[in-house]
Design a protein around this ligand. Structure first.
Ligand SMILES: Nc1ncnc2c1ncn2[C@@H]1O[C@H](COP(=O)(O)OP(=O)(O)OP(=O)(O)O)[C@@H](O)[C@H]1O
Length: 239
């Protein structure tokens, strides 16, 4: 059976303000794929992810994410796209003035959940899934980096998104914790989520080698369509 495309860019230019960062990006990702984005600092990994998330508008080319067209997407329609995406950043981005439960409840209420019992059950369920159910009442600053990142992943899957976009999700973590977080993404992928993950972490790629997009010199190379060997180590920064 043919798998459905969940991400597609055709002739897309990726911009940061007036600066073109990547030219003529052509990309097609099927439901259930696990794809890395790598490249040296400043080559456009985050810009690409932000374009898929509609944080950066697509002004040239065509784009489709989870069935929604990116070109001409109106501000008031962005929520339709965001509902189908779970986003995880390197710097956690939890609200620091409220505990784990309240961080997650905030997202559910903002996306239309009103029933308190259903909200509680869903929060318990996702925290259980990522292995931090016992941290439900904790304030974010009392959690380790790995625990905070687990909570962020729990937050990202609250609304059962089709796609997880992760921008260097292990960037601030030690190697052992990075591996645990990668394992979590692998589990979510095996359960059917499409994962697109930027990384600087060679150990991550070595643990789960898979399709890899390489940002370099203003273009995106895809290991899927360009079968020449990618020298991953030279493409990654030393950090
Ligand atoms: N808000 C912004 N306004 C203007 N230019 C920006 C902005 N954010 C990033 N840039 C520029 O866009 C280019 C691509 O940045 P981007 O963050 O996408 O790279 P990256 O590959 O994700 O880098 P890193 O590995 O450091 O996260 C860089 O030259 C950067 O300086």
């Amino acid at each position: 059976m043919e798998k459905s495309k969940v991400i597609e860019l055709v002739g897309a230019d990726i911009y940061q303000r007036e600066n073109k960062i990547l030219s003529d990006v052509n990309l097609s990702v099927n439901e259930g794929e696990f794809v890395y984005i790598i490249g040296k600092v400043g080559t456009g990994k985050t810009s690409l992810i932000k374009t898929l998330n509609a944080e950066i508008p697509l002004i040239k080319g065509l784009g489709m994410v989870a069935g929604i067209s990116l070109e001409n997407l109106k501000n008031k329609e962005v929520y339709l796209l965001r509902r189908k995406l779970g986003v995880v950043f390197q710097d956690f981005r939890l609200l620091t003035d409220r505990n784990v439960y309240e961080n997650l409840a905030f997202v559910l209420r903002a996306t239309g959940w009103t029933d308190k019992t259903k909200i509680e059950l869903r929060i318990e369920e996702v925290l259980e899934k990522v292995g931090v159910a016992d941290k439900i009442k904790k304030m974010p600053h009392l959690l380790s980096g790995g625990e905070q990142q687990r909570v962020v992943i729990a937050r990202a899957i609250l609304n059962d998104p089709l796609i997880l976009l992760a921008d260097e999700p292990t960037g601030n973590l030690d190697p052992e914790t990075s591996e645990e977080i990668l394992d979590l993404f692998i589990q979510l992928n095996e359960a059917g989520k499409t994962v697109l993950m930027s990384t600087h972490d060679y150990a991550v790629i070595a643990k789960k080698p898979t399709r890899t997009l390489v940002c370099a010199a203003g273009v995106l190379n895809d290991s899927e369509t360009n079968k020449t060997m990618v020298d991953f180590e030279s493409m990654l920064d030393a950090n």
